[in-house]
Design a protein around this ligand. Sequence first.
Ligand code: ZN
Length: 512
Amino acid sequence: MINYRQDRKGKKCVIWTRVSTQYQEENGGSLDYQKTLCEKYVEREGLTIADVGENHGYFGGKHESAKTPGKMIKQMISIVKKDSSIRYVIVSEFDRFSRSNGQAITILEELRSLGVIAKSAKTGFDTSTKEGFMMVRNSLNVAEWDNDNRADKFYSGRQHCYECGAYIGVLPKGYYREGKSLNSVCYLNEEGQLIGKAFKLKILGYSNGEILDALKVRGLDITKQTLNHYFNNPFYAGKIRSKMLENGMVDGKIEKAVSWEDWLEVQRIMSNRSGKYKQKKKKEQFPLTHHVACADCGTRFTAYSVKSKGKDYYKCNKIGCKNNVSAPEMHCKYKQLLYAYDLPMSLLLQYENIIRDMFRKHTQESTNQVTMLKKHLTEVENDLKKCIMKHSTDKIDDEEYMISSTELKRSKADIEAELEKYALDLSNLDDKINQVLVTCSKLGSLWDDGDLETKRQIQELVFPNGILWDREIRNYRTTNRNAIFDLLDRFSVSYGNKKETPSEEDVSTCAG
Ligand SMILES: [Zn+2]
């Protein structure tokens, strides 16, 4: 219970100000405005500001919005508590004490029980009497109601605008606005036109790096993240996206940088990264595709499945030849072929130097090849750059660009694929030799257990030019293999009978 007859004497006061949000600050509730209001009141009432605290009688400041009383209000109360000559706390309005009504009233009660009276400079209400305090409580309640109401009005006003296609929020890059609230219409500026160009280039197959270059040439220098951010924003396709909308999105009164269809196409292109992987996965069951060729006609084998029988096959596609082999049989026999090269590590290490020499010789040839390929690659890349530059400065049209860039990109990919083949030979020779030694000692099981990538690598290593399937003998012809395996054969001959070779029985299990 507050004893209203007990209050402090004198004319000393302190001033309290607070803004809770930027919104309030922009709507006439600025700290300066509050301060001026309080100072005028102090002058009018003939009070004096007590010279206490860091700011000589002024307390509070900005953005003290937490629900619990912040540091600043605690500081003020503790100073007022200690200095009994301070009789008043002047505030513009009572809701400045706290965002929460309950909190504000608690603070006012705490002050009042110390004998300190709070006064509102705006309304003149104070907490000196029981009736006065009741008025303060009422005004706080009214303020709260008003605030809620205003927030509600603000929300529904915005929602209504969005539903009508009028965008009144913060504009994305590349737009300016004409008209206000319901009459808002958004138009593209020069930057917006360029962003539209970026969408177009993406559809034409430009990489993000190339798009950034093209934009830079035209004076728009942005990061990859920003570009992706633009691509993801449907505002550029004229859509307003908001939680306030029933369907989340609506056609806005917005000039489009890109059509809705094209925007969707860009989303599709951007999400396509996972697609490649799926395709790879699907072909995992056919590691020998293109590696094995038909001994009769020389055509490389392709693969197919007969779903009704649940069986997989390889075949040459040559009309009139139609070499057709069950996939399990071909896999099984390939595995056995590789098992035939399995040699014990101890034996391989004895011949390590010979192997090293062979690798060096092989490597020298590869080095020459790589030099030539790299030179060619640089030429193609330069041509591609020129082509992009011409297109981005409008010297060639879209069609011309598409034709030449597609051609150049294809050559580039071909050369890169060719270079990749040599990577195995050239990077870290010693590591590679050790790896090969280890690999050679267990080729069959490595191939059998390995994923598609491993299988392909082993195939490439043992039979760099592929291998022929002979219909007559229902098996592989082992000509054409990597010279290193001729050498291994010699080892195995000297190694003699100790080497395990697949038995007739094993071979017969392969019959498909
Ligand atoms: Zn054939």
